[in-house]
Design a binder for this molecule. Structure first.
Ligand code: NDP
Length: 291
């Protein structure tokens, strides 16, 4: 193995420590940032995410609010919970845990969140602001991935970036962020022809596909930086393991640097959620935003 393994866990801990420092400063001025997480139904993975988010919210000194609704909650019931959180001055960030049960319209629900409190950055206003290079709430996973890239590579200008996966929550905002950093960006997806050739062009390769170990070493340009966003549960030797969208062993022997799964992008996502909540709180109170 030749690649540097990017320690997202350690980086995320530093981000959370910085957030905690700012939160302590706000508390001296009588302001406590509040993050509300809304969970509909009993999806086991979502319950784990919500529990972790709640724990880390409290660890950085923020006020954590959890709203749980049954799986058969109606759209009006969910919208009234969101309206109450929008109106609550103690709440600065609102996150609706996805996926929602199929009978609920996720776009409608997300767009009911006050854009100023939309710490996931999924509201159509924030999507538009990001796409036009204006001050937005930036989705946490791409933001965390970009922080890792900037920390490792510094200026990204002129680099060839390939993002595999075009979802609204990861692939598209990742491409926007890299474009804003002056990368030459290719956004690949399931209809892309000759995907291995496209990937081999990349100085920065971001995998956000949801297919275990799809990207292999011979798809990667020697020395490239590989960000593996994928979180896939696979059965191996009677146990469930988490693996990424990148075949770690073969890619690590070619790439210059690579994020592991777990311990790469995943921890950055929660750290960025907390950072976004702090940013939202500062903006709502008209205070200078933390760096
Ligand atoms: P989606 O399922 O919404 O999107 C997957 C994308 O991958 C689609 O654009 C799809 O293309 C593309 N794709 C699927 N198969 C192929 C293929 N064979 N070749 C090329 N492209 C393909 O997934 P998400 O964006 O929500 O998530 C992607 C991964 O990231 C998942 O593993 C998820 O668990 C993980 N994730 C991790 C997070 C973290 O905190 N680390 C946060 C969010 C997600 P098309 O549009 O053509 O169908």
């Amino acid at each position: 193995m030749s690649a540097k393994v990017i320690d997202g866990k350690a980086f995320a801990a530093r981000v959370r420590a910085q957030v905690a420092g700012h939160v302590a400063g706000l508390k001296e001025r009588g302001i406590v940032p509040g993050l509300a997480v809304v969970l509909v139904g009993e999806d086991p993975a979502s319950q784990v995410y919500v529990r972790n988010k709640g724990k880390m919210t409290v660890e950085v000194g923020m006020h954590g609010i959890e709203r749980r609704l049954p799986a058969d909650a109606t759209e009006p019931e969910l919208l009234s919970v969101i309206a109450a959180l929008n109106a609550d001055p103690a709440v600065h960030g609102i996150l609706v845990q996805l996926p929602l049960p199929a009978h609920l319209d996720a776009d409608l629900v997300i767009n009911a969140i006050d854009p100023a409190k939309d710490v996931d950055g999924f509201h159509i206003s924030n999507v538009g602001l990001l796409g036009t290079g204006q001050k937005a709430m930036v989705p946490c996973t791409p933001l965390g991935s970009l922080m890792l890239l900037r920390d490792l590579l510094g200026d990204l200008s002129g680099l060839e970036a390939v993002v595999v996966g075009r979802s609204n929550i990861v692939g598209k905002p990742m491409a926007q962020l890299l474009l804003a950093q002056n990368c030459t960006v290719t956004l690949a997806h399931s209809r892309t022809r000759s995907l291995p050739d496209v990937c081999r062009r990349a100085d920065i390769l971001v995998a956000a596909v949801g297919r275990p170990r799809m990207i292999r070493g011979d798809w990667v340009k020697p020395g490239a930086t590989v960000i593996d966003v994928g979180i896939n549960r696979v059965e191996a030797e009677g146990r469930t393991r988490l693996v990424g969208d990148v075949d770690f062993d073969s890619v690590a022997s070619v790439a210059g640097a690579i994020t592991p799964v777990p311990g790469g992008v995943g921890p950055m996502t929660i750290a960025c959620l907390l950072a976004n909540t702090l940013t939202a709180c500062c903006r709502i109170h008209g205070l200078a935003e933390p760096e």
